[in-house]
Design a protein around this ligand. Structure first.
Ligand SMILES: [Zn+2]
Length: 272
């Protein structure tokens, strides 16, 4: 990719990341996304536009509020960087795969939704309905305006494929949660996770949903055991599952075809 294009995308995506930070702060607190303007959480003063430049302002202000000099959370520049780098990855991959701009938009929107889900779930242990129901509404809308997204020739078959993905994603995770509840004798999975995978399945199909769940379970177990070994986590403590589901979905959205090919090859070699 051309360097000026990359820089332009990076800056634009960092600004989007700035808005994602607003969502992460306001959605779980039930505040409006559209106003008032951003303010310092310590002294409540409105942040002037020149102090609200993504990443740069944090560096220039040395991580402190201009007025009350209290620390600005590192999560703000991190959220902006995350948005910028993931956007570049999705964009690069989409150009190589020669995807249509509508497909690129869907992948970018989903990536932003996953960033917000991850950051909120890590802190509040919830996944906001605004995101998951919003994604489902977008899926239904897309069935009518671009059934080709599901490689379907008619709207009816697009709708069926979308519903199949929705049920596969949400249903299988719901079953996993019920089995875990039965085995562990306590609530193991939130309904937010189920809705998240219903959204992923509806948007990206049943294969992506199932593989994302599988990958999330593997990565989640490894990280959980590592944290327990490092004594950073107690055996009985809760780990939010949303970040792992988001990571699994992102990995599969980017490299799903390669992973499936590798997996099928492996099965073939094992059988030989
Ligand atoms: Zn302040």
């Amino acid at each position: 990719m051309m360097i000026p294009t990359s820089i332009f995308i990076f800056i634009l995506a960092a600004c989007i990341g700035s808005f994602l930070n607003v969502c992460v702060y306001r959605l779980p607190r039930g505040r409006s996304l559209w106003g008032p303007r951003s303010f310092c959480p310590h002294c409540s003063r409105t942040i002037p536009w020149y102090d609200n430049v993504p990443i740069l302002s944090f560096i220039i202000l040395w991580g402190r509020c201009r007025f009350c000099e209290k620390e600005i959370s590192l999560r703000y520049p991190l959220g902006e960087c995350l948005s910028a780098f993931l956007t570049l990855m999705v964009w690069n991959h989409a150009i190589q795969a020669d995807l249509h701009w509508t497909e690129i938009s869907i992948r970018l929107l989903l990536t932003y939704a996953l960033i917000v889900v991850t950051l909120i779930d890590l802190e509040f242990y919830i996944i906001p309905d605004e995101i998951t129901y919003g994604g489902l509404v977008v899926s239904f809308f897309l069935v009518f305006v671009m059934p080709g997204h599901w490689h379907a020739v008619s709207r009816v078959s697009a709708l069926l494929r979308m519903l199949l993905g929705l049920l596969a994603g949400g249903g299988s995770l719901f079953l996993v949660g019920e089995v875990a509840k039965f085995l562990m004798k306590k609530e193991a999975m939130g309904l937010g996770d189920v809705k998240l995978m219903a959204m992923v399945g509806a948007l990206l199909g049943w294969k992506t949903a199932l593989f994302s769940i599988m990958m999330a379970s593997i990565i989640g177990s490894v990280v959980g055991v590592l944290f327990i070994l490092m004594k950073r986590l107690k055996m009985e403590s809760r780990i939010p599952f949303g970040p792992f589901l988001s990571l699994g979905t992102f990995i599969f959205m980017m490299w799903g075809d390669e992973i499936l090919r590798w997996y099928l090859n492996l099965l073939y070699v094992v059988r030989m």
